[in-house]
Design a protein around this ligand. Structure first.
Ligand code: MSP
Length: 499
């Protein structure tokens, strides 16, 4: 089954921070998990390069928008391998192949009668690239997201007849209750739709940095229309000489932050309907990483640089922390101090020590070979159905929950070592069989958690499974008892050394 998952495309007017890394890591965890299930996966990420904020930032720096976009897109592109995000393509919206496809699709929307000329006047946030209405306008006509003043804008431009999709969108939310996840966000999208849809401005007259409107080249498309379409256009040119659209469209899952819910849950499905394209299967809306209770964002100046964290603690620790500390879907604070605590108590002590102890005991007591012994039945029962449970949670993008279930087993294995005290059994020749069973069960439990942790901690899982002499990472390998015994294990450097 093809599985197509996307991240939002990132604005190139700022450097990447942990908030951006977050969405990409989450999407990558899901993609890796789906690959473990043998699905044909395509993970798309990239950069959103048109629009006013980029044009303005370029002007301030005295470079062309394309030069600024080239420079900053490269920072996002280079970030992905550092995060161990294995994207299948990186789209840039200034790519002429994207531009051409946007024009084709938008021409179709125009030909289908969904566009008209009009005058727009309203409060506009240049950083959101969005006109604001009602409760989207903060105190003193400011943007509640960026806490910066809104500007009054008036212009003649093209409009998209969003209002004519009122009924189809209401039906969408009635019939497909899992179109938007988590449920709370579906309610939000639904009440937005039920509140009555207004037509939206589709183009900008006073801007050159964008995709020219094919039927009126004096204007460019409003950046959000150009940006949303990346999810479709990329499939047309991601592989030279191949069109992947038939294989991967409609997308299985768009992962986005809650600030861009309206665009993805309201405008995007309407635009697809207007273009005669199929709707994605699911949107998952995550919350914000906060610092001191405020959204981490460049404009508020409270950002963590993922590169600094990676340099000190490594990529896996960063991936783990992001998905563990803040329940995926909700907002939550992150801080360097909490990060260090989790690194030490959970990664270094609970997982790292468990792994080194297990491997050291196998080396010391059984010459580095996993005994072919009976498995501990009580421990086996605690692992029963774990792979399926994790898969079900990840199907709903409940990444923190899934990680928690795996981690419960890490803790269970630590208790198991303490309860069985293999070092005592080793002193008693009559307990040889019991020691065999204990070590085999321990190795098997560790192998299972390593397989399930692979999407979250790819490098750690690779090292650990290699040391356990059982490199298989298919989801089927996560069954307790799937390891045959008899594997040759090797010593392990600390997985999470002291920093
Ligand atoms: N370019 C648009 C998206 C277009 S998608 C067709 C955009 N870009 S962005 O760079 O501002 O944000 C990209 C993603 O990063 C969004 O999902 C946003 O929610 C996420 N985050 C940015 N800061 C964040 C946090 N502090 N916490 C969590 N995610 C945040 O919006």
């Amino acid at each position: 089954m093809p599985f197509y998952v996307t991240t939002p495309i990132y604005y190139v007017n700022a450097a990447p921070h942990l908030g951006h890394a977050y969405t990409s890591i989450a999407a990558d965890v899901i993609a890796r998990h789906m690959r473990q299930r043998g699905e044909e996966v395509f993970l798309l990420t990239g950069t959103d390069e048109h629009g006013e904020p980029v044009a303005e930032a370029a002007e301030r720096e005295g470079v062309t928008p394309q030069e600024l976009a080239d420079r900053n897109a490269e920072r996002f592109r280079a970030l992905m391998p550092l995060l161990e995000v294995a994207n299948d393509f990186f789209i840039r919206t200034s790519d002429p192949r994207h531009v051409e496809r946007v024009q084709e699709i938008m021409q179709r929307v125009y030909d289908n009668g969904h566009v008209y000329a009009g005058t727009y006047e309203g409060w506009y946030c240049p950083r959101c690239a969005d006109f604001k209405t009602g409760n989207e306008i903060g105190p003193g006509d400011t943007c509640p997201i960026h806490e910066t003043p809104l500007t009054r804008e008036k212009e003649e431009n093209w409009f998209f007849r969003l209002s004519s999709f009122q009924e189809p969108l209401e039906r969408l939310y009635r019939e497909r209750t899992d179109f938007v996840l988590p449920r709370m966000r579906a309610n939000e999208a639904r009440s937005f739709v039920e509140g009555g849809l207004h037509d939206v401005s589709l183009s900008r007259a006073n801007l050159r940095w964008g995709v020219p409107v094919p039927w009126d080249p004096a204007q460019v498309f409003y950046v959000w229309f150009d940006a949303l379409l990346n999810y479709v256009t990329a499939l047309g040119f991601a592989r030279d000489g191949e069109d992947l659209t038939a294989t991967f469209w409609p997308a299985s899952l768009h992962i986005i932050g809650k600030d861009i819910l309206k665009f993805h849950a309201v405008i995007w499905p309407a635009l697809l309907l207007a273009a005669g394209l199929e709707l994605p299967e699911h949107l998952f809306i995550h919350g914000y990483l906060l610092m001191n209770d405020k959204k981490m964002s460049k404009s508020l100046g409270n950002v963590l640089d993922p590169l600094e964290v990676i340099e000190r603690f490594g990529t896996d620790a960063l991936r783990y922390y992001c998905l563990r500390e803040v329940s995926f879907g909700q907002d939550g604070n992150v801080s360097p101090a909490d990060f260090e605590t989790r690194y030490e108590t959970e990664l270094a002590n609970e997982l790292g020590n468990l792994a080194s102890r297990t491997l050291a005991m196998l080396a010391r007591y059984r010459d580095g070979v996993v005994p072919r012994a009976e498995l501990d039945q009580a421990l086996a029962a605690d692992f029963d159905g774990l792979g399926e449970e994790v898969a079900e949670l990840i199907d709903r993008a409940e990444l923190t929950q899934a990680l928690e279930r795996i981690w419960q087993r890490v803790r269970r294995l630590n208790r198991y070592v303490e309860e069985r005290a293999p070092w005592k059994l080793a002193k008693d020749p009559a307990a040889a069989q019991e020691l065999d069973a204990t070590l085999r069960s321990l190795a098997e439990g560790l192998r299972c958690v390593a397989v399930l942790l692979q999407p979250y901690l790819p490098a750690t899982a690779h090292t650990l499974l290699g040391a356990l002499g059982a490199p298989g990472t298919d989801l089927a390998a996560a069954r307790f008892g799937a390891g045959a015994g008899g594997e040759h294990v090797s010593a392990l450097e600390p997985l999470f050394p002291k920093r």
